[in-house]
Design a protein around this ligand. Structure first.
Ligand code: CP
Length: 300
């Protein structure tokens, strides 16, 4: 049984596979909820559309109640710590807090500090962790490729500031994928990413790839100078590039897309671009699986 859902590296290969199997069953309406009547609290301290709303729909599909925590009107503004807030939420009747934060370590620190058995889900933290995104991305890849062993997965863009890239690498390396990351110098990862190789040249990076994943330029996290024009000139994904170098590749992107910067409109609006919307849809089934395993009395 999952104890919390904070980092991909906390999950075993079997746990990941079990979550994917449940997500598949939820998508095919072959599985029912074990967590009806439980209560989730969404605590989003950063903006979100896909993750927040799909967690809410997922919880409601499972018959759960959902409370949206409003930081601006909460007693955090009277000086209450987040630890005390979460402990009080547990006694008020919250079973799980689903947190998005700009702080890489906050959720893990809270889990250590909070004295009561409330569950934690990481809905995206800092520039290091977005485990539910990695899981839904893996689910979407598996639907099309079945097995990722020896498949070439190229992740392109703002690798340094991307929690999506880091969590995807942490997950995909367990399943035998050949992971390539590609970025301009200003978005190159500052430290080595175990399980991935770096290639600065976009054409070489995507050559014969099975998956090409674009990333959002994380403007809110970038402290150093960078050139959007240089990015567009050398790293923007287009139909012409994919047709020439990776004709069979699946195009993915976690969203939101900076249209015509990371991906051209013509590619985004083409048939290949539609998988990005399927990723968003798969987010619901993946998050149903996470909530159901975390809060249900299920042995893996
Ligand atoms: N992919 C993703 O995390 O999107 P949101 O920021 O809209 O949740």
């Amino acid at each position: 049984m999952l104890s919390n859902f904070i980092k991909i590296s906390h999950l075993s290969k079997d746990e990941i596979s079990s979550l994917i199997a449940d997500a598949q069953d939820f998508k095919r309406s072959l599985k029912s909820s074990d967590v009806s009547g439980k209560t989730a609290c969404l605590m989003f301290f950063e903006n979100s559309t896909r993750t927040k709303i799909s967690f809410e729909i997922a919880a409601k599909n499972l018959g759960m109640r959902v409370i949206n925590f409003d930081n601006a009107t909460s007693s955090i503004n009277k000086g209450e710590s987040l630890k005390e807030t979460v402990e009080n939420l547990y006694f008020i009747g919250i079973d799980v807090v689903i947190i998005r934060t700009s702080d890489d370590d906050l959720i893990e620190e809270l889990r250590r500090q909070v004295a009561y058995p409330i569950k934690f889900i990481n809905a995206g933290s800092g520039k290091t962790s977005h485990p539910s995104q990695a899981l839904l991305d893996y689910f979407t890849m598996k639907e099309r490729l079945i097995d990722l062993n020896d498949k070439k997965i190229t992740i392109v863009g703002d690798i340094e500031h991307s929690r999506v890239a880091k969590s995807n690498i942490a997950l995909l390396k367990n399943f035998g994928a050949n992971i390539v990351v590609c970025a301009p110098e200003f978005f190159k990862p500052q430290s080595e990413l175990e399980g991935a190789t770096f290639e600065a040249d976009l054409k070489l990076a995507i050559a014969d790839a099975d998956v090409v994943m674009g990333l959002r330029i994380q403007r809110e996290r970038i402290l150093q100078a960078y050139s959007e024009q240089e990015y567009i000139d050398n790293y923007r994904l287009s139909s012409q590039l994919l047709n020439e170098y990776a004709p069979n590749a699946i195009l993915m992107h976690p969203g939101p897309v900076n249209r015509d910067i990371e991906i051209t409109s013509e590619l985004l609006d083409s048939r290949k671009g539609k998988i990005i919307l399927e990723q968003a849809r798969n987010g619901v089934f993946t998050r149903m699986a996470i909530l159901n395993q975390l809060l249900g009395e299920i042995e893996l």
